[in-house]
Design a protein around this ligand. Structure first.
Ligand code: 5AD
Ligand code: SF4
Length: 403
C-alpha cells in the first residue's frame, strides 16, 4: 500500500509553491497525498522564518503531533516520519534535532529535490532496524545545496484548478537589514525565461488559465531572451507570457520599489492579460528608517512611484507591507509612516511588528521599541487602513449603483 504524506504549509506564496513542488515530487516517487494528518505515515512542515511568531507556531505544532500516545493510523504503531523543511530548516539546520527530537529530517529550500530519496531512506532504515530491534533513529539533514534543478518545476502538480504560481526567481540579494530571507533562501537566482515559458505552456495544456509569477523582487528579473539571446528583463518576460495562447490572466508578486519603474506600469496598462494589481511594500514612511532598513529609496521616491502607478494604470489596485517598531523608530518616524498610509490610500496594507531575526544587520541594532508601543503603533495603522479600505469599498459600491 502507498504511504500517505501530509504536507502543512506556513508562510508566503513562495512556500505554497514550494510545497506543490514537494507534493509533485513525492507523488512521482510513488507516495500518495492526504489532507488527513492522522492517516499520514509522513508529516512534512514547510516552514517560515520571517518573524519569530511564524517559527513559534511550527515548534508548537511539532510538539503537538509528537506527543507520546498520539494515534496516527497511517504510521501503524510507530510515530510518523516527521520532516521540517523550508526557511526554518535552513535557519536552524541540525539544531532542529536538539529542539525537536521527534523530527527525522531537515531540508533547506535549495535541497527540496532530495526529499523523496531522504524519506525512502528513513523508511528503509525503520523497517530494517525494527527487525533488528534497532535503538537508533536515522536523522538526515540537507542544508548545503547551492541551487535547485530545473526539473522540480515540471511535475505538473498544482493545488488549484485554474490557477498556478510560477517561480521566476529564487532567493534574494537585497539584504534589507531586518530580513532573514537572503540568509535562508540564498542569493538571487533567476530561472531561464524559456524554462518558465515551457512550464506555463504545459500548465495551459493541463487546463490552467491564470498565473502568478513569483519572486522576492520580480522587478530585478534578468535572463537571456529565448528568441535572440539578448537579456530579458521583467517587462519583456511579461510580454512573452502575455503572448502565450491559453493564458487568460497574469499576476506577479512581489515588487521592490528600488527596481520598479513607470515602464512596468505602462506594460500593465498595455498588456491585456496582466492584472492591474501591484504589491509595493513601503515598509516605513521615514527616510531615516528607510536608510537604516537599506531599502534603497526615499519617501518622496516612493510617493512619486505610487502617483505614477495611479496615473498610468487606471483603476489599479495598490497594496503594501509595513513594519512598525524597527530599531530606533521614534514617534516622529512612526507619524511619517502613518501619514504615508493616510495619503497613499492603499487598497490593503499588511502591517507587521518588527521581530529581530538572527544574523541580520538589524539584530545588532537592538530591539528598543517596547512591545506595548509596537502594539499601539500596529493598531493605529490597522485602524487607519481599515477605515480607508471601508471608505474605498463604499465609494465603489456607490459608483456601481449609479451605473
Ligand atoms: N520583522 C517584521 N516584519 C518583517 N518582514 C520581513 N522581515 C520582518 C521582520 N524581521 C515583513 C516585511 C516583508 C513581509 C513579507 O514581512 O514587511 O515585506
Ligand atoms: Fe516566505 Fe520569507 Fe517566510 Fe521564507 S521567510 S517562507 S521566503 S515569508
Amino acid at each position: 500500500m502507498k504511504k500517505h504524506v501530509y504536507l502543512r504549509t506556513f508562510g508566503c506564496q513562495m512556500n505554497v509553491r514550494d510545497s506543490e513542488v514537494v507534493a509533485g515530487l513525492m507523488k512521482k516517487a510513488g507516495f500518495a497525498l492526504t489532507d488527513d494528518e492522522t492517516k499520514a505515515g509522513i508529516v512534512i512542515f514547510m516552514t517560515c522564518s520571517v518573524r519569530q511568531h511564524a517559527e513559534d507556531k511550527v515548534w508548537s505544532e511539532i510538539g503537538r503531533i509528537s506527543k507520546p500516545g498520539r494515534k496516527n493510523r497511517g504510521a501503524g504503531s510507530v510515530r510518523p516520519v516527521i520532516g521540517l523543511i523550508g526557511c526554518m530548516a535552513q535557519n536552524y539546520r541540525e539544531r532542529v534535532f536538539e529542539r525537536a527530537p521527534s523530527v527525522d529530517f531537515v531540508v533547506g529550500p535549495a535541497d527540496i529535490d532530495k526529499i523523496p530519496g531522504i524519506v525512502k531512506k528513513i523508511l528503509e532504515h525503520r523497517s530494517v532496524s525494527k527487525q533488528a530491534c534497532g535503538l537508533f533513529d536515522l536523522k538526515i539533514w540537507e542544508t548545503d545545496g547551492l541551487g535547485r534543478p530545473e526539473h522540480i518545476y515540471h511535475t505538473g502538480f498544482y493545488e488549484e484548478k485554474g490557477h498556478a504560481y510560477a517561480v521566476i526567481s529564487e532567493g534574494c540579494s537585497n539584504f534589507c537589514t531586518y530580513c532573514i530571507v537572503p540568509y535562508v533562501r540564498g542569493p538571487v537566482r533567476h530561472r531561464n525565461a524559456q524554462d518558465i515559458i515551457d512550464e506555463i505552456n504545459k500548465a495551459v495544456a493541463g487546463g490552467i488559465t491564470r498565473f502568478t509569477l513569483l519572486g522576492q523582487n520580480v522587478n530585478s528579473y534578468r535572463s537571456p531572451d529565448p528568441l535572440n539571446g539578448k537579456p530579458v528583463d521583467f517587462v519583456s518576460l511579461l510580454k512573452h507570457v502575455n503572448r502565450i495562447e491559453g493564458v487568460e490572466e497574469i499576476g506577479f508578486i512581489t515588487s521592490h520599489p528600488r527596481d520598479t519603474t513607470p515602464r512596468l506600469f505602462e506594460a500593465m496598462a498595455e498588456f491585456d492579460k496582466v492584472r492591474k494589481y501591484l504589491h509595493l511594500p513601503v515598509q516605513s514612511g521615514s527616510d531615516r528608517i528607510l536608510r537604516a532598513m537599506n531599502r534603497g529609496y526615499t519617501r518622496q521616491e516612493y510617493l512619486k512611484l505610487a502617483r505614477e502607478y495611479r496615473r498610468i494604470v487606471k483603476g489599479g489596485i495598490l497594496t503594501t507591507d509595513i513594519i512598525v517598531g524597527f530599531p530606533g523608530e521614534t514617534k516622529e518616524d512612526f507619524c511619517l509612516t502613518r501619514d504615508i498610509v493616510r495619503d497613499t490610500e492603499f487598497d490593503a496594507a499588511y502591517i507587521f511588528k518588527y521581530s529581530p531575526r538572527p544574523n541580520t544587520q538589524a539584530e545588532m541594532m537592538g530591539d528598543d521599541v517596547p512591545r506595548s508601543e509596537k502594539e499601539r503603533r500596529h493598531k493605529v495603522i490597522l485602524d487607519l487602513q481599515r477605515a480607508i479600505s471601508r471608505a474605498k469599498k463604499e465609494a465603489l459600491l456607490n459608483s456601481e449603483s449609479n451605473l
